[in-house]
Design a protein around this ligand. Structure first.
Ligand SMILES: Nc1ncnc2c1ncn2[C@@H]1O[C@H](COP(=O)(O)OP(=O)(O)OP(=O)(O)O)[C@@H](O)[C@H]1O
Ligand SMILES: [Mg+2]
Length: 319
């Protein structure tokens, strides 16, 4: 079969076994050029194993992987235009970002002068230029992750694979790293990230493959998956009103058509699980107004993808 020109990565029937244990089980994954793809799944789903197989860090038990149409077994050629950060190696604390990038550039066999130019480009793009000569040892985790990502970009790759790029970062670090990744969209890069955070996928990715127990659970365009879910009607309407919710109101609300459940979230707020039509949703608004509660806001919380995730990955309660 001719390789599809539009595919940056084509994984077919990827299986990885460790003895009797199957970590990845017949996975197919197609990544189109310039797409941002999220590999989503709980702990042990097989995300890192998949990324390691794609980047040649481990040998698959079976299956084929084409990168830019080149078989990953031809490792050097397949990986020339790929950058990756998998199971984050700690950057050397006594190095500076400039030194790290020089080191990474040398590893890729880039001539010295070119490294200098490219390092400047990358450090500027990742808003780290002013940090170039400071020792990494004094950096926050988020900054360290940025240096590591910068190093993976030194050879101007077309494809970048990042294993849990925001894992272990505080909220600020997460936001910073996500901002950096969003910034890479305009450069036409193809990005594959693994994550167990739905928010990350919905914020960054155009498509996703959800995995569990080494297999694909669902995959497709992120917006379509969310839409498909809301088509099934599982939205949570978070509602705030200006008056105290009177006794019995929530019970009456629960009887309206399309309302699957009602939960109090405060004296002046409640959450309605709703699965009806637009007319029925509008009737909820009327119902609130007719009780003189003064509706302040009603937001469809982004629970759609989350409930899809919960229903598709059979995580044990509390795990
Ligand atoms: N070298 C190994 N030997 C034996 N089992 C392994 C090995 N590497 C991974 N596994 C097992 O394979 C399964 C998948 O692991 P993997 O690291 O790919 O999961 P993951 O989705 O990346 O999880 P996490 O979110 O925890 O990083 C796990 O059950 C893990 O214990
Ligand atoms: Mg992992």
């Amino acid at each position: 079969m001719e390789p599809d020109e539009d595919l940056a990565i084509c994984v077919s029937g990827l299986t990885k076994r460790y003895g009797d244990f199957t970590a990845v089980d017949g996975l197919d994954l197609n990544v189109r050029r310039r797409e941002f793809v999220g590999l989503l799944g709980p702990n042990g789903a097989g995300k890192s194993t998949t990324l390691k197989a794609i980047s040649g860090l481990l040998t698959p038990t079976s299956g084929t992987i084409l990168i830019n149409g080149i078989d990953s077994r031809d490792h050097k050629n397949a990986m020339t235009r790929v950058g990756c950060v998998i199971e984050t190696p700690m950057p050397y604390p006594s190095y500076t970002p400039a030194e790290m990038l020089t080191y990474a550039g040398k590893m890729h066999g880039i001539p010295k002068d070119e490294i200098r130019v490219r390092a400047r480009d990358v450090l500027e793009e990742l808003r780290m230029w002013s940090w170039r000569d400071k020792k990494i040892g004094g950096f926050s985790k988020g900054m360290r992750q940025r240096v590591t990502i910068a190093a993976s970009l030194i050879h101007n790759p077309e494809i970048v694979l990042l294993d849990e790029p925001t894992s272990g970062l505080d909220p600020r670090g997460m936001i910073e790293v996500r901002q950096i990744l969003k910034g890479l969209k305009s450069s036409g890069l193809t990005l594959v990230i693994s994550t167990h955070m739905l928010k990350e996928v919905s914020e960054l990715c155009t498509s996703m493959t959800m995995m569990n127990h080494g297999r694909e659970v669902v995959s497709g365009n992120v917006a379509d998956l969310v839409h498909g879910m809301s088509g099934k009607g599982t939205v949570a309407l978070d509602t705030r009103v200006a008056k105290d919710v009177p006794p019995g109101f929530l019970k009456d609300l629960a009887t309206l058509p399309g309302v699957a459940g009602v939960e109090s979230t405060g004296p002046r707020s409640f959450k309605t699980t709703f699965s009806g039509s637009d007319e029925q949703q509008s009737a909820i608004v009327d119902f609130i107004q007719s009780h003189g509660l003064m509706l302040l806001s009603m937001s469809e919380s982004g629970k759609d993808l989350e409930s899809l995730y919960m229903s598709l990955t059979d995580e044990e309660a509390g795990a």
